[in-house]
Design a binder for this molecule. Sequence first.
Ligand SMILES: *Cc1c(COP(=O)(O)O)cnc(C)c1O
Length: 639
Amino acid sequence: MRNTQHQPSQQRSCTPYNVESWGNGYFTANEKGHLCVLPEKKEIGPRIDFMEVIKEIQEQGIPFPTVIRFHDILRAQVQLLNITFANTITEHGYQGRFYGVYPIKVNQMREVVEEIIDAGGPFDHGLEAGSKSELLACLAYNDNSNSLTILNGYKDEDYIRLALLGRKLGRKIIIVVESFSEFEMIIRLSKEMQADPLIGIRTKLSVKGRGRWAGSSGDRAKFGLTCSEIVEGVELLQRNGMTNCLKLLHFHVGSQIPDIRIVKEAVTEAGRIYANLAQSGIIIDYFDVGGGLGIDYDGSKSTGDSSRNYTLAEYSADIVSGLQQICDEMNVPHPHIVSESGRYITAHHSCVVTNVINTIHQASNPCKTTVKEDEHVLLGNMRESAEHLKLENCQEIFNDIQQIKEDTIAAFRLGVICLVERAKIETLYWLIINRIDTMLADLDFIPEEMQQIKELKASQYLCNFSVFQSAADTWAISQILPIMPLLRLDEEPSERCSLADITCDSDGKITRFIAKDGYDQSLLLHTLQPDEDYFIGLFLTGAYQDVMGDMHNLFGRLNEVHIYCDDDDPNDFYIEEVIRGTSSQQVLATMQYSPEIMARSIKTQIDLQIKQGTVLPREGVGLIDFYESCLQGYTYLNI
Ligand SMILES: *Cc1c(COP(=O)(O)O)cnc(C)c1O
């Protein structure tokens, strides 16, 4: 940090949070020390100051936490994916074209799907569905008849009938066969409905994904056809005179592929299947590489679970050239290339903004530690450690006091030391830890064991949100999400903290953060100031997190604010739409409670108190109104 004084302040300030690595060029700090969005990724183009957005949200009376969606980022990512593939195809002289489809399970919000369809219009970007409900949405929202609609997932008769209905509307709907029995169903129902189906097959590749979604591929994967099933299936179609319906070959090795080698291997294996079929006269038009294009959540550019070791350009080049090589070698036509990237398109466009409402310091309320006669030896030892502490013996003392602290707890349980003695020991313990921490600050080298001091000392910042609702994957699969303050980025942060949410669950906290070289259990934030709201953002929540949230403690969906960039506006943006989050009564209703019955019950109980004279009538009416207004209110803290 010390050698960066000559750099402009915004450079220094964003560094602890690694924005440059995970932000994909969309985020920067301005001269006020506020985080800004660059919807066009250009320093000179429009920039949207987060604190201006927050001011407007507050003026509209929308409480935090709030999801903020930047529609321009969503559009930019759709364009980036399509343009990159199109350029790669031109550069390589590849003969097919690129078709993107967006798998709506990644973020099913109507506004998100509509925006992708709209931005993807010029590229014929389509949709992918994995269930009947998703298909219902795709049929209604993707009306570009040049784009593809791809149907994955297990299917029943209604699913296939709906797909064939889509064919009658003149849409390119491709039913991807995931299990062999679906062939028979498609053949039978298309005859029955006199529709002309487009059929795809999902291959079960032997290449195994790596990372968290490895189970999506490999011999024991849940989905896909083995080589013998593909051969059988093609024969079945031939017997029914339907080989010309076979249009697409699909694979999906898993989401968030960390290592580009997996992509190459999968393309090679599936490419061989395609080329073999083509040589035998079955020409398939579309080669579908599924999803898996990763996001560098931690900015490490590595094969770690929250990162990836390739760029979009490399990903597209490896797919295009890998497939081209096989096709040319085996003398078969180049198929169109389809990608089902979802995470890549949506992750960056949304973030969760919340306010820090309190700090829990380890040693915030010390007690008096005056000496008393015949105090317990553990207390005496702790006192002595404090008196003898100096730089030379600080490691020894650190070890000693850890032991004393453990012994104290055991002794307290046995009733050997009393509450006041334990309190004094704790106070002295934190006093020593703080002094050691100050001493270490001047050292160049800090022994590994002493590194824990930093974590021991970390405060907890209590934030108005629920990890389970807004960042489910940080809890469920230790996904890393970038987290940073939205203001004071021109000040050096000095407070080590972890983040706790407002659920009553001890798991409701975030204790893994991106650090410059790996992960840290704490994050550097600024010391809270009494007269200032301190806002932090959880970033890259647009893929999966947005829609997976669960209602732990009955905290519901968040308020949402949709932002569009507008160069003519003094602040470069306008709020296009506000969607109110779930109210308490809505959350309760989904769990089968009846808010009407609840309100009536409270009214009956209060009426009884009024009759007995314990509550005045006017006061009673006020209490009933208050209960009802809370039912209608937001589920998060009202501060
Ligand atoms: C989930 C899924 C996707 C999306 O994967 P991303 O990694 O989010 O791009 C694509 N295709 C299929 C079949 C899926 O199940």
